[in-house]
Design a protein around this ligand. Sequence first.
Ligand code: FES
Length: 177
Amino acid sequence: MIGHTACVGGSVSADIVLNNLKNIERKPQNLVKALRVAQEVKGYLPAEVVEAAAKHVGVPYSRAFNVATFYHLFSIEPLGKYRVFVCMGTTCYLKGNKENLQYLKSLLNIKEGQHTSSDGLFTVEEMRCLGCCSHAPVIAVYMPNGARKVIGRATPEVIQKLIDELRKEARERGWVK
Ligand code: FES
């Protein structure tokens, strides 16, 4: 399932990450746990952090990297405050999420190959079926506090309203002007 961490990558060093891994038993079975803690501390998983987690539990970097890039839970890029997941399962895809994804990315000025808006507020990702196809097309937002907001029957109008609300909230919190 999708993770709950959403924060802009900071300047937390690999040493600080390692310090937070201390309580995790050093065994390969704890790889996912170690990556999860590392991401919570750093905000995302750059190469040096993946390496620190891999070393801690005693697995090769390549294995840790594969895990870090396989699960939606993890991100090897800095994440926006809000992670917006667009469901690309068959029902949502056919009911408009292909167009909704394009609209969302153009609204946030996210270029091809990028996922995060330049103001660091939004990361847009695709995901597989969320399990609520009767509300298709569906979009899920992971809020900075870890709460998940699911939006059904998404349209460009609904998306515009959602982004306006989140931007307003971000301004009120002082994250952007
Ligand atoms: S296909 Fe999107 S919720 Fe199932």
